[in-house]
Design a protein around this ligand. Sequence first.
Ligand SMILES: Cc1cc2nc3c(=O)[nH]c(=O)nc-3n(C[C@H](O)[C@H](O)[C@H](O)COP(=O)(O)OP(=O)(O)OC[C@H]3O[C@@H](n4cnc5c(N)ncnc54)[C@H](O)[C@@H]3O)c2cc1C
Ligand code: FES
Length: 267
Amino acid sequence: MLDNFPHAVRIKKIIKETPLVRSYFFEYPVRAKPGQFVNVWVAGIDEKPMSIAFDDGKNYMLSIAAIGDMTKVLAHKKVGDYIGIRGPYGTHFSWKPGQRIAMLAGGYGAGPLYFAASKAVAQNCHVDFFLGARSKQHLLFSAQIKKLKNTRFLPSTNDGSAGFHGTSVACWAEQIKKGARYARVMTCGPELMMKAVSDIAWKKKIDAQISVERYMKCGFGICGNCCVDDLGITTCQNGTVMPNSVARKIKEFGAYHRDSVGRKHSF
Ligand SMILES: Cc1cc2nc3c(=O)[nH]c(=O)nc-3n(C[C@H](O)[C@H](O)[C@H](O)COP(=O)(O)OP(=O)(O)OC[C@H]3O[C@@H](n4cnc5c(N)ncnc54)[C@H](O)[C@@H]3O)c2cc1C
Ligand code: FES
């Protein structure tokens, strides 16, 4: 990590990945591990946490959905424009060389898990990559995941337009039923999806790493905005990636989260 001030970076490349998501590439001086995040500052608008979707050793890639005030402004940025970046922050995914791993991703969770898969297969791991989306056009990084060695790409869509018709968790459960065995499962995406992964992994005694996110402000453990009931741990420092045994002690995991002023919202 550098320090906790935003560093101005020049956007080198932008790729439109899906109707909503754009990937932004820029040089950054600190190397990241899969699962870590940075805080992105758009001057005059806001600052938001964003997962690092790839680090090639010189450049970061962030993949961002244009859904609200800050991200819609970001969607109008051009190559050559500057944004502020601080971090990287948080914990990261890990594995042992040669493990067979199931990865379950939804939404922008595809980025950190694609990053993790590319590193894990370089250490002879075998990955079953379960990528879920509402329809084919929202499947993020399909082309890149398909190209990874030692990786089986298992997409699923809610409308059946590509791959398994249903959720990525149902697709994973079907593979387990057919006899697939995993040393580890990693998940990053919508919380209800991750809760379902957590439940199956717990029942089947599969070692699991879960990415638990809450509303973040500082990103490095001082504001307390991302603390979770009842443990009181911060998800920016003690997460986002945590062992299933810890995630399952969080009373609000899969039940509710809090907004910027601490109001509860059910999932
Ligand atoms: C660790 C982490 C990694 C993330 N990675 C990505 C990513 O890779 N790509 C991506 O598109 N988005 C990512 N997000 C979500 C992102 O931080 C923003 O929340 C989202 O882009 C909406 O911001 P907005 O200002 O455009 O919209 P807003 O209208 O401000 O927010 C829309 C919704 O996003 C959530 N949200 C807003 N601000 C925050 C915040 N500071 N922390 C957590 N949730 C918030 C709230 O549920 C809110 O209702 C990540 C969030 C976290 C916590
Ligand atoms: S975001 Fe401030 S403590 Fe986690």
